[in-house]
Design a protein around this ligand. Structure first.
Ligand code: M6R
Length: 604
C-alpha cells in the first residue's frame, strides 16, 4: 500500500526522501513523487512505475540547505496509476501527501469545484490541499487552516502538508493510517508511515495516535489531540534492525499479515458501502447486461475464495455460478457462451494458468472481470473490468490477507449483483451491509486467542493426517485451512465437506487422524454436528472450532458469538490460519519461505 516520508532539516533532502521511499518499496506501489520547499520555492517530481524512474527524473536536481520535503509511493485506489494521480498533490502554493482514503471526498470536491477550484487528478487526496487553501483564506494562521481542514475529513488518513505560507514547517495528521516522527541531536525531523526509513537517522521516535495532528519546525514538534489539546510527544527507542522493522516485531511476515487483516479489510470496504447499497465505482453496470451465468476461475487460495463466492452468488444474487480450477480449465475444451461473465481471481494477477484462462475467455468473446490485489498486473491490464482487493503487498508465500480481502470483495459483489437483479429485498441488503462493516472487528487477533492456539498446537505435530471439515462456505474454508497447513508444516492435510466423510474418508478415522471441524452456529449446525459425532464415535482426535461448546471434542476453540454465519467464517479463518502458523513454527519451519513453493507461479 502507499508509503509516506517527510524530512525537515539541512542535509541532502532529495536523497533522504528517495532513500526513505526505497525502504517502503516492499509495501508495493505503482507511482511515486517528492516535493521540496527550499528558500520559499517548490521543486516537485513524480514518476509512474518503479523508483528508478523517479531517481532518473531527479538526477539533475540538488537540494543545498534547509528544506521541508515530503515524498510518497502510491498504490492506486482512486484513479489509475498515472503521473497526475501520483502524490504529492498541488494546490496554489502547497503540497500534500496522504495514505488512506477520504470517504467524503466527493462532497468536498463538489463544493470546491463550485467555488471555482480546478482539479488535476482523480484522487480523493487532492481535496485536502484545496480545502486547506480555501481555509487559509479565512484563518489567521496556516496551522489553524490545517486543523480546520483535518476536522472536515472523514475516513482514514496519514497526511503531510507543506505550504509556502509557512515555509519552515511540515504539518501532519494521523487517523487510521500509521505514521511516526523521529528527531535527533541535530534537530532534524523525519516522518514515515513505518519504521524503516527512520533507521540510521533517529534513535527515538514518536508513534502518532489516531486523532493526532500538528506541525514540526526546526525547534519544535507540536502535537495536538482530536480535541485540539496540546500533548507531549512520547518517544520510544527505534529498533535498528531493518528486516525486523519491516516485520513490525512479528516473527514472520505471515504472522504480521494475519494481524493486518482487520486493517486491510477496512481498506477493502472503504468507500464501497453506503447504508443501502454497494458501490463499485470501478464497475460499469453494463458489465452485467445479458449475463445469465458467472464462471469463477482461479488457483490455490484464490480458488478457495472463488468457491466461497459461488455459494454467495447463488444464494444472494440468484445467478447460476460455476467454478473452475484454472490449470484444468485451460486444457479441457470448455464450452463458453457469451451470456457468461468470466471472473478470474488472483492475488498477484500473474499466475500463468489463470492468466491463460482469461485470454481464452477474451478470445471467445466473453465479458471478463478480475478480482486482483496488484494493480497494473497482467490480468488487470487484460480484463474488461477490475476490482482491486487492497490487501497491500503480501510477502508470506502462504496467502492470508489476500484471501480475506477476496472473500470480502465477493461478499460485496454478491450484494451488488443482488441489487441489480432485484434478488434480495432492500432491508436484507442493508442488513448484510451492516454485517460487512463488522468484519474488521471479528478478524482482530486477541492475545487470548493467539495464546490458546499456541498452546494447542503442540498436540498436533504428528499423526497420519488432518481433515478439515465444513459445510457450505465452510467447505472452501476447510480446503483453505488444509492448504495453509500443508504448505507451511509439510503435514498431510485435506479439506472435505463434512457430509461427505461417511462416503469413504471416515475409514481413516483413528486417534492419529486429526479432524479440525468448523461448526458455525448459524449454518447447518445440527447437520455438521452429527458429522463430527460420527467421527468422534470412531475415535478420531477432534478439534472443534465453534461459538457453541461441544463436549465430544478433544479440543475446542471458541470463537465469539456472531450475528451471521459469514462473520463466523471470518472468525474461523483466523483460527485456522493461526493454527497452521503455530504448528509450523513448532516444527521449526521457515513459514515465510516454505520449501518448493513460490509466491507467484508464473510458469505452468
Ligand atoms: O496470485 P494468485 O492468487 O493467482 O496465486 C494462486 C496460488 O498460487 C496461491 O493462492 C497459492 O495457492 C498460495 N501459496 C496459497 O497460500
Amino acid at each position: 500500500m502507499c508509503g509516506i516520508v517527510g524530512y525537515l532539516g539541512e542535509k541532502n533532502t532529495k536523497k533522504i526522501l528517495l532513500d526513505g521511499l526505497k525502504e517502503l518499496e516492499y509495501r508495493g506501489y505503482d507511482s511515486a513523487g517528492i516535493a521540496v520547499l527550499e528558500n520559499g520555492n517548490f521543486s516537485y517530481y513524480k514518476a509512474v512505475g518503479k523508483l528508478v524512474n523517479l531517481e532518473d527524473k531527479t538526477k539533475d536536481y540538488e537540494t543545498k540547505g534547509f528544506a521541508a520535503g515530503i515524498g510518497h509511493t502510491r498504490w492506486a485506489t482512486h484513479g489509475k496509476p498515472t503521473e497526475l494521480n501520483a502524490h504529492p498533490h498541488l494546490g496554489e502554493s502547497s503540497y500534500v501527501v496522504h495514505n488512506g482514503i477520504i470517504e467524503n471526498y466527493a462532497n468536498l470536491k463538489k463544493e470546491l469545484i463550485a467555488d471555482g477550484v480546478t482539479f488535476l487528478s482523480q484522487t480523493d487526496t487532492e481535496v485536502i490541499v484545496h480545502q486547506f487553501e480555501k481555509n487559509l483564506k479565512s484563518c489567521a494562521t496556516a496551522f489553524e487552516a490545517f486543523g480546520k481542514t483535518i476536522s472536515e475529513l472523514d475516513g482514514a488518513y496519514a497526511v503531510l502538508l507543506v505550504t509556502k505560507s509557512e515555509a519552515d514547517t511540515i504539518f501532519f495528521a494521523k487517523h487510521g493510517s500509521p505514521m511516526l516522527v523521529g528527531t535527533n541531536k541535530e534537530g532534524e525531523k523525519y516522518f514515515a508511515s513505518s519504521d524503516t526509513p527512520l533507521i540510521g537517522h533517529c534513535q527515538d521516535v514518536n508513534y502518532f495516535e489516531d486523532g493526532d495532528f500538528g506541525y514540526v519546525t526546526a525547534n519544535d514538534i507540536a502535537i495536538f489531540n482530536n480535541d485540539g489539546v496540546k500533548k507531549e510527544a512520547v518517544f520510544s527507542a527505534l529498533s535498528q534492525n531493518k528486516l525486523s522493522a519491516q516485520k513490525d516485531g512479528y516473527r514472520f511476515f505471515m504472522e504480521k499479515e494475519i494481524y493486518e487483516q482487520s486493517d486491510v479489510i477496512s481498506d477493502t470496504l472503504m468507500g464501497r458501502l453506503s447504508d443501502e447499497k454497494i458501490i463499485f465505482d470501478e464497475l460499469d453496470k453494463s458489465l452485467f447486461d445479458g449475463i445469465n451465468e458467472i464462471k469463477l476461475c482461479a488457483c490455490g487460495t484464490s480458488y478457495h475464495a472463488a468457491m466461497s463466492a459461488s455459494y454467495l452468488f447463488e444464494r444472494y444474487s440468484k445467478i447460476r455460478t460455476s467454478l473452475e480450477i484454472a490449470s484444468e480449465f485451460r486444457y479441457r475444451s470448455p464450452i463458453m457462451s457469451k451470456d457468461t461473465l468470466f471472473v478470474v481471481i488472483s492475488q498477484s494477477g500473474e499466475t500463468a494458468d489463470t492468466l491463460e484462462t482469461l485470454k481464452m475467455a477474451k478470445k471467445a468473446g466473453l465479458k471478463t472481470l478480475v478480482i486482483c490485489n496488484v494493480d497494473n498486473s497482467s490480468m488487470v491490464r487484460l480484463a474488461d473490468a477490475c476490482i482491486l482487493t487492497r490487501a497491500g503487498i503480501e510477502k508470506g508465500v502462504a496467502s492470508t490477507k489476500a484471501f480475506a480481502t477476496q472473500v470480502t470483495v465477493f461478499w460485496m459483489l454478491s450484494l451488488f449483483v443482488a441489487k441489480l437483479r432485484n434478488s434480495l429485498d432492500t432491508n436484507e441488503i442493508a442488513r448484510q451491509i451492516s454485517l460487512l462493516r463488522e468484519i474488521p472487528t471479528h478478524v482482530k487477533v486477541t492475545d487470548e486467542m493467539h495464546e490458546r492456539i499456541k498452546r494447542l498446537s503442540k498436540r498436533y505435530l504428528h499423526g497420519h493426517g488432518f481433515f478439515f471439515i465444513g459445510r457450505d462456505v465452510f467447505f472452501p474454508l476447510a480446503l483453505e485451512g488444509a492448504l495453509k497447513l500443508k504448505e507451511i508444516s509439510y503435514l498431510h492435510a485435506e479439506g472435505y465437506p463434512s457430509g461427505e466423510m461417511k462416503h469413504g474418508p471416515i475409514a481413516l478415522a483413528d486417534p492419529e487422524l486429526f479432524t479440525i471441524a468448523l461448526l458455525p452456529e448459524h449454518l447447518h449446525y445440527e447437520k455438521s454436528k452429527s458429522n463430527v459425532e460420527e467421527l468422534s464415535a470412531r475415535d478420531s482426535t477432534i478439534c472443534v472450532i465453534s461459538a457453541i461448546e461441544f463436549d465430544k471434542a478433544d479440543d475446542f476453540v471458541q470463537i465469539s458469538t456472531c450475528q451471521d454465519y459469514m462473520l463466523e467464517f471470518f472468525e474461523m479463518m483466523i483460527v485456522v490460519q493461526l493454527l497452521s502458523l503455530e504448528i509450523s513454527i513448532r516444527l521449526g519451519n521457515d513459514v515465510d519461505m516454505p520449501r518448493n513453493l513460490a509466491k507467484s507461479v508464473t510458469v505452468e
